[in-house]
Design a protein around this ligand. Structure first.
Ligand code: UDX
Length: 437
């Protein structure tokens, strides 16, 4: 069975590599020639643990890459994994999905093959039926269910776990009409993951499942962050003990209850905004989700307030921000709350030094000469009056009195509570921990 995958980002490249490594004949398509060149040479164009070796294996097997969607003519399954980035008003930008759909429509018009088009990109409910399907039918002159299939198949993989989550998904969701094309996709997934539940539903339900999933995860984070803020005001109280304990209640569950500076990344912030926008347009007031978002933003404001309270002002003060990536083990800084913090500190006149084990090159593209880039923790905090740990990199767990000995004022904000047991010779504040009595 030949498989086409359009869009070789985290989702597309992981999927392509895993499938090819298992022996499927896969053609990955992307418009970015530079990216394809790297992929062809076995180099993953972003940092994602375990993907490099998986890609190399898949290139030895049957992975091919191309810039041309017409190379997918003989593929029975064509997966669409292009991005749906955010517009300023919160809506998702469908430019890439529409471009790809146009090209698939033209390909369908010329071929006698009958592929299934499978949409993995995150899309607002009714996009498949109202945007994608009309383009495909108009440009191909062909009929869904007869000449081609169309299935919505949202993806739940996490960055830094992309290979694992592609190999071992917790669920497969397939939205569309229950016809022979759907059966083909179902069989494909059943062969790939024997013991994983496959949910068959319609387009709209499959589309909203993804938003419900991500906005619930965001809700859990904002919830625990709010509890963390309360804990901070009670001497000796520890939010991690609270999370661990409430997590033992099976109705709550122990995952996604790590308090911190707020959720970031390429999905959660975007998806919460998009569902808020969509809900408002439907006339449903998104009170809870709006509060989730507001609570998330509040975390960074609280850090700024804390710095002001402790060092007096921000203007002219040297402050180190440790960790720019939105989570450890990635160089991805998209919608990282750390970026927001640095931007706010720079705007307030702070002299900011930043450090990150993997994301400095990406950070440079954003901050340019507005901040200093240091390649060690001790160099970043040197002469500073405050250091803020934003990302839970393992390297930061090793911070000790030696690493901070050249700080002018030893004041540390640990937004992830990773050095709370260190008894540092410093004024120490951690999100979610009440001050020691
Ligand atoms: C997320 C979803 O988890 C995934 O299912 C979806 O497909 C894409 O979006 P990802 O963006 O890779 O995945 O990151 P995730 O691990 O979910 O973390 C998102 C953000 O939440 C990070 O900024 C992280 O630091 C924060 N977070 C996560 C917390 O602050 N506390 C937690 O308990 C968990």
């Amino acid at each position: 069975m030949k498989i086409g995958i359009i869009g070789l980002g985290f989702v597309g490249l992981s999927f392509a590599s895993v499938l090819a490594s298992k022996g499927y004949s896969v053609i990955g398509v992307d418009v970015d020639k530079e990216k394809l060149k790297k992929i062809k040479n076995g180099v993953v164009p972003f940092y994602e643990p375990k993907l490099q070796s998986m890609l190399k294996k898949s290139l030895k097997n049957c992975l091919k890459v191309s810039t041309n969607i017409s190379d997918l003519e003989k593929c029975s399954l064509i997966f669409v994994t292009v991005g749906t980035p955010q517009k300023k008003n919160g809506e998702i930008d469908l430019t890439m999905i529409k471009n790809v759909t146009n090209k698939i429509g033209k390909l369908l018009s010329k071929t006698r093959y009958k592929p299934v088009i499978i949409i993995k990109s995150t899309i607002i409910p009714r996009t498949t039926q109202r945007v994608i399907l009309p383009i495909l039918q108009r440009l191909s002159g062909k009929k869904i269910g007869k000449d081609f299939g169309l299935v919505t198949n949202p993806e739940f993989l996490r960055e830094t776990m992309a290979v694992h989550d592609t190999l071992y998904p917790h669920v497969i969701v397939l939205g569309g009409d229950n016809n022979s094309f759907m059966k083909k996709v179902r069989k494909f997934y059943y062969n790939l993951h024997h013991n994983v539940p496959i949910v068959l539903t319609n387009y709209g339900t499959a589309e909203i499942i993804k938003y419900a999933n991500n906005s619930f995860l965001a809700t859990k984070i904002s919830f625990i962050n709010q509890i963390a803020n309360i804990c901070e005001e009670i001497p000796d109280v520890n939010v991690d003990d609270v999370s661990r304990t409430i997590g033992l209640d099976p109705r709550i569950g122990n995952l996604f209850l790590d308090a911190g500076p707020g959720y970031g990344g390429s999905c959660l912030p975007k998806d919460v905004k998009a569902i808020i926008d969509f809900s408002t347009k439907l006339g449903v007031n998104p009170t809870l989700l709006a509060a989730v978002e507001k609570t998330n933003k509040q975390q960074i404001n609280s850090i700024i307030e804390l710095i002001k309270q402790n060092i007096g002002k921000i203007h002219g003060e040297k402050i180190a921000v440790l960790g720019i990536a939105f989570k450890p083990e990635t160089d991805d800084i998209r919608d990282s709350v750390s970026i927001e913090l640095v931007n706010m500190l720079v705007k307030l006149g702070g002299k900011i030094s930043i450090h990150d084990p993997k994301a400095i090159e990406n950070a440079r593209k954003i901050f340019r000469d507005k901040v200093k880039y240091l390649n060690s923790v001790s160099a970043a905090v040197k002469d500073c009056n405050c250091a803020v740990i934003m990302t839970a990199w393992n390297e930061y767990k090793k911070i000790n009195n030696e690493s901070i000995k050249h700080m002018t004022t030893k004041f540390i904000i640990d937004s992830r509570r990773i050095i709370s047991n260190k008894n540092l010779n410093a004024k120490y504040f951690a999100i979610g921990l009440g001050q020691k009595l």
